[in-house]
Design a protein around this ligand. Structure first.
Ligand SMILES: NC(=O)c1ccc[n+]([C@@H]2O[C@H](COP(=O)([O-])OP(=O)(O)OC[C@H]3O[C@@H](n4cnc5c(N)ncnc54)[C@H](OP(=O)(O)O)[C@@H]3O)[C@@H](O)[C@H]2O)c1
Length: 268
């Protein structure tokens, strides 16, 4: 299969869809962009007015069809979506929990792919997982990776059997980090800090630690050790957090629960 012709039809111009389309527009994507959304946001109508996209095109085979509606909506509008799928259409779904098999069956094509973004993708700092059928061409994989770059980094293609575990880390992971900010700030407040200041300290510390981790050549464990002098203050806290029943085993347990739920929702 040759490299896909330029041209994208996006179904669902919500948060993720618009983040993708914004990136394609900004990077001067070299083909027409059409967006299907029954109630387009003012951003979408502005883009249409400026000639950057067309809205709600007539049915007909798309070259690349990106599906970014909620999974519950997908079931209801699958006939409408199928009207944009032709024999050569490459379909990319970012819907959580809809398997490659189910996409192929519902849309009547084997040329399907799925991706699992995460919310930092909304600010271009995401980690998106890409999953392709075994028979997909390398050209399709490269092209789809490029299409997903407005959301940040892309990992893959990974096997679909890995998607639940990977989702439990990068898809759900932002929630774990937001929880960390919440509980750090709450602990600061419990120990006498002003609530707003405690939250500012927690947020900035997480941002700074993340930036240091990404810029440093050292592993997170080494960076942790660098902050932890023997007998010091950080060590006192980590002795609590790293007890057998504390953070490491709690995280493993939590990720296990996420994987189980993802598999249930995907019908595995
Ligand atoms: N946000 C995340 O962190 C995240 C992470 C991983 C995967 N995903 C997946 O990404 C997908 C999109 O998520 P999102 O957060 O961007 O959701 P969203 O903001 O609700 O976007 C979905 C968009 O689809 C539109 N829509 C509804 N019915 C439609 C129809 N018949 N035809 C075309 N468009 C229609 C919605 O319009 P209305 O608002 O008017 O209904 C909305 O603009 C979901 O499948 C989700 O599972 C999201």
């Amino acid at each position: 299969m040759a490299r896909p012709e330029p041209g994208i039809t996006l179904v669902g111009g919500g948060r993720m869809g618009s983040a993708l389309a914004g990136g394609w527009i900004q990077s001067n994507y070299d083909g027409p962009i059409a967006i299907i959304d029954p109630q387009p946001s003012s951003q979408l109508t502005d883009w249409e007015r400026d000639g950057k996209i067309t809205l709600n095109p007539a049915p007909g085979p798309a070259t690349t069809l990106v599906v970014a509606v909620k999974p519950q909506v997908f079931d209801k509008i699958s006939d409408q979506i199928r009207a944009h799928v032709g024999p050569d259409t490459l379909v990319l779904s970012i819907m959580a929990g809809i398997t490659l098999d189910s996409l192929a069956r519902t849309l009547g094509t084997d040329r399907v792919a799925r991706a699992m973004p995460n919310t930092p993708g909304l600010v271009g700092k995401g980690m998106t997982l890409l999953c392709l059928p075994d028979e997909a061409s390398a050209d399709d994989g490269d092209y789809l990776k490029a299409l997903l770059t407005p959301l940040g980094d892309v990992e893959g293609p990974i096997g679909e059997d890995m998607i639940s575990a990977a989702t439990a880390i990068s898809g759900c992971g932002p929630a774990y980090v937001f929880l960390l900010a919440e509980v750090m700030a709450a602990a600061g407040k419990a120990h006498g800090l002003d609530q707003d200041m405690a939250m500012r300290l927690a947020k900035k510390t997480i941002e700074g630690a993340g930036a240091l981790m990404m810029e440093s050549e050292e592993a997170p464990s080494k960076l942790r050790e660098n902050v932890t002098s023997p007998g010091g203050v950080t060590k006192a806290a980590l002795d609590v957090l790293m007890q057998d029943t504390a953070m490491p085993s709690l995280m493993e347990h939590a990720v296990g629960a996420a994987i189980k739920r993802d598999r249930e929702l995907s019908g595995d």
